[in-house]
Design a protein around this ligand. Structure first.
Ligand SMILES: Cc1cc2nc3c(=O)[nH]c(=O)nc-3n(C[C@H](O)[C@H](O)[C@H](O)COP(=O)(O)OP(=O)(O)OC[C@H]3O[C@@H](n4cnc5c(N)ncnc54)[C@H](O)[C@@H]3O)c2cc1C
Length: 73
């Protein structure tokens, strides 16, 4: 497989998607790599009371979009 890109963007989040759009609008070939899951509309929780669809806590099985990291204090 031959990869021929001007830019490789790591992550399709806010920064990555906007950067990719701007680069491709200027005519550059950009590749986006994303480690996250592919979400469809039905995968999003309508309310955050739906913990299973809202929280990202794979060790307990919820695979939602919200990851919480607890810090000291
Ligand atoms: C609940 C919540 C509400 C928010 N509301 C607002 C709001 O109303 N207005 C606002 O301006 N901001 C809001 N923010 C903040 C905003 O979402 C972030 O500031 C913004 O998304 C940061 O952009 P980013 O590109 O740095 O990271 P992200 O958008 O987090 O993107 C990073 C991407 O990189 C991927 N990634 C990470 N590591 C790798 C790897 N090794 N390989 C491949 N892919 C990788 C991740 O899976 C992710 O998709 C909110 C944030 C949260 C959590």
């Amino acid at each position: 497989m031959k990869l021929d890109y001007d830019y490789i963007i790591v992550g399709s989040g806010f920064g990555g998607s906007v950067s990719t759009l701007c680069l491709s609008q200027k005519g550059y070939r950009a590749l986006v790599v994303e480690k996250g899951k592919w979400y469809k509309s039905k995968d999003f929780a309508k309310t955050n009371w739906n913990f299973v669809k809202w929280l990202w806590m794979p060790e307990l099985r919820p695979f939602g979009i919200m990851k919480m990291t607890y810090v000291r204090h």
